[in-house]
Design a protein around this ligand. Structure first.
Ligand code: CO8
Length: 257
């Protein structure tokens, strides 16, 4: 499939998606968001791919929703359209998704990074929810995911008063997994994705599902879901192989079944 606002390539078992609207700091317009969700779904369905990385440029991961496209929208158009709902397509991806972030991750860009499973940031990354400066609030999970990630105090400052976090602060508050020099952030994210791609695929998939349930379910239900997934993995050939390989002191050979 050919895209106009993103680039896609594969690196071994890793699918790489690069947001590519440099003239607009990778602002998320309808076309870009639709292409991103389509590319994610395609990699998710591709048996040759086991992990996905989303990145932007050194200057901007994504500077938010496209303000020029949104400026004249009415509430009815927003409600009737599916622009923001497309974010749900990101949440449905079963394989692990890593955001490799440098430069601005603002508004919808910060929300996109938080929709991924892990974030590798360059030292130049800046995270913020500046919607209040243009008279709105985050609309694709920013208030919810940010509060869970960094806690109420920092989330309130970011959403109500446009506080921006440096990469170091984002690491300190638990928003990102790793901060590395700008020359290495993409390689680091790709290496992390390759590591995940080398693990037992069904265990990774159910592990992702289970951790996400921690944000959606009460504890007792989350624990029950985790236990069911744990038991289910004993029906896989990879569980037999993994435990046998441990006993035989060799590397497991995963088949994803
Ligand atoms: N939308 C449209 N165009 C943008 C955006 C944007 N979000 N951000 C930057 N651009 C454009 C600029 O208009 C400019 O274009 P032009 O040269 O044609 O004027 C070009 O990118 C370069 O930008 P600047 O000249 O402003 O570059 P600076 O280095 O001076 O500043 C900033 C960079 C700080 C990133 C600045 O551009 C900025 O503040 N951008 C807006 C950030 C923002 O407010 N983001 C939140 C948007 S609202 C939102 O995300 C709501 C999410 C709701 C759901 C999302 C679903 C996807």
């Amino acid at each position: 499939m050919s895209y106009t606002s993103i680039l896609t390539e594969t690196r071994g078992r890793v699918g790489l998606i690069t947001l590519n609207r440099p003239q607009a700091m990778n602002a998320l317009n309808g076309t870009l968001l639709g292409e991103l969700v389509a590319a994610l779904a395609a990699f998710d369905a591709d048996p040759a791919i086991s992990a996905i990385v989303i990145t932007g440029s050194e200057r901007a991961f994504a500077a938010g929703a496209d303000i020029k496209e949104m400026a004249e929208s009415t509430a009815v158009e927003m409600l009737a359209g599916s622009f923001v709902e497309q974010f749900d397509g990101i949440r449905k991806i079963k394989k692990p998704v890593i955001a490799a972030v440098s430069g601005y991750a603002l508004g919808g860009g910060c929300e996109l990074a938080m929709s991924c499973d892990m974030i590798v940031a360059s030292e130049m990354a800046k995270f913020g929810q500046p919607e209040v400066t243009i008279g709105v609030i985050p609309g694709a999970g920013g208030t919810q995911r940010l509060a869970r990630a960094v806690g109420k105090a920092i989330a309130m400052e970011m959403v109500l008063n446009n506080r921006m976090l440096s990469a170091a602060e984002a690491a300190q508050f638990g928003l990102v997994n790793h901060v590395v020099p700008v020359e290495r952030y993409l390689d680091e994210a790709l290496a992390l994705a390759a590591e995940l791609a080398g693990r037992a695929p069904l265990a990774v998939r159910l592990g992702k599902e289970a951790v996400n349930k921690a944000f959606e379910l009460p504890l007792a239900e989350g624990l029950e879901a985790e236990r069911r997934a744990f038991y289910m993995l004993f029906a896989t050939e990879d569980q037999k192989e993994g435990m046998k390989a441990f006993v035989e002191k060799r590397k497991p050979d995963w088949i994803g079944k």
